[in-house]
Design a binder for this molecule. Structure first.
Ligand SMILES: Nc1ncnc2c1ncn2[C@@H]1O[C@H](COP(=O)(O)OP(=O)(O)OP(=O)(O)O)[C@@H](O)[C@H]1O
Ligand SMILES: [Mg+2]
Length: 358
């Protein structure tokens, strides 16, 4: 097991800057998830850590060693990809054993490692099959098994679940979490699925255009997003945003609705003065009951009953918002809508920089 450090780590292709000098300390045993939109540099960062991509500048450390110049096989890491790349003509046992054989681990020792990993992943009964005789989820487990048997210092995962259907993805996600709880090895995991990030990570790194936008626990990035970007990226359905002004100690919306600043974000925004702001409200922080102290007036656009909840899409002036309300609430499209808001859960961002005003 080992810690991982990035020191001003950068990658460019010619004059295209893909990773812009990121700094990050990952503790020994930590599960860190990189998220961000397509093309933001997640895979490139992971591949520089793995040694599969050259480093333009800066340093990668594994434990106390700068590994910039080490070949992938000298870094003692194991990587699990989206396409599991199993050997089609080898059995599951031989697929899992191959990397051991290459490293000179054979016989009873190899056998014991393979059996232990197979048991941990629930694939003991599949050891004599070939990949073509397995389901997608089973193949993904074999790919993980192949990584586990090597007992690397660090596991790297690049979107390992994206080829699986929704149900399997949930199951294998739980397997990965169990695996980390069982063996405690440092994991660096890349996904663009924010649910995976929230459920798996000790800390989430939100990448945007090759820069780190925020690093924090799932709780921190959900409750204290540093920017509109993070607020909109973490949480589902996504956080709502509406432009407004602050004036006379209130947030004033385009339709004239006002919310006293002293109540917003538990007072974190009381002193921001008069300015243009972007108001962030999560769908789950609207309240159907009308007796609420803080009320917004909108117009219902579309109602989506989900069984467990009702999603109500509505507008306030020219802003389009979504509220997640109890299932029995069924407003009608076109109607006026009065919704309470939990004021302590409201976020305010600067209208220009889009950074939090907290
Ligand atoms: N060989 C290359 N030459 C030039 N640009 C490249 C090269 N490889 C990758 N890029 C660019 O680097 C950027 C980051 O790519 P990367 O694969 O790291 O993104 P990602 O965050 O993993 O995206 P995704 O979620 O789609 O997998 C992209 O804009 C991509 O076009
Ligand atoms: Mg990628």
């Amino acid at each position: 097991m080992a810690s991982v450090s990035f020191r001003k780590l950068a990658k460019s292709y010619g004059n295209v800057h893909v990773v812009n000098g990121i700094d990050l300390e990952i503790a020994d045993g930590e599960f860190v998830v990189f998220v961000g939109p397509s093309g933001c540099g997640k895979s490139t960062t992971l591949r520089m850590l793995a040694g599969l991509e050259s480093i333009s500048s800066g340093e990668v450390m594994i434990g106390d060693t700068v590994v910039n110049k080490l070949a992938p096989r000298e870094r003692d890491i194991a990587m699990v990809f989206q396409d599991y790349a199993l050997y089609p003509h080898k059995t599951v046992r031989d697929n899992m054993g191959f990397s051991l054989k290459v490293r000179g681990i054979k016989g009873a020792d190899a056998e014991a490692r393979i059996n232990a990993a197979a048991e941990m992943l629930g694939i003991s009964h599949l050891l004599d099959r070939r990949p073509s005789q397995l389901s997608g989820g089973q193949r993904q487990r074999v790919a993980m098994g192949r990584a586990i048997v090597r007992r690397p210092k660090v596991f790297l995962f690049d979107e390992p679940l994206s080829n699986l259907d929704a149900k399997l993805r949930g199951q294998v996600r739980t397997e990965i979490k169990k695996l980390h709880q069982a063996i405690g090895t440092t994991i660096v995991y890349v996904t663009h699925d924010q649910v995976e990030a929230m459920t798996l990570a000790d800390r989430i790194v939100i990448l945007r255009g090759g820069d780190i936008e925020q690093v924090g626990t799932p709780d921190e990035v959900y409750n204290r997003p540093a920017s509109v970007f993070v607020g909109g990226f973490v949480g589902s359905p996504a956080m709502n945003f509406a432009r407004a002004n602050t004036s006379g100690g209130d947030i004033v919306f385009a339709n004239g609705d006002r919310i006293p600043l002293s109540a917003v974000g538990s007072g974190a925004f009381a002193d921001i003065g008069d300015r243009e702001v972007i108001v962030g409200i999560r769908p789950e922080h609207f309240i159907a009951a009308d007796g609420s102290a803080v009320v917004l007036n909108g117009q219902v656009q579309v109602v989506e009953p989900l069984g467990s909840d009702t999603l109500v899409h509505f507008s306030i002036a020219d802003a389009a918002l979504t509220a997640r309300l109890p299932p029995e609430v069924r407003p009608v499209a076109g109607e006026a809508l009065r919704l309470g808001v939990e004021p302590s859960k409201i976020h305010l961002f600067d209208a220009k920089s889009e950074r939090t005003l907290a």
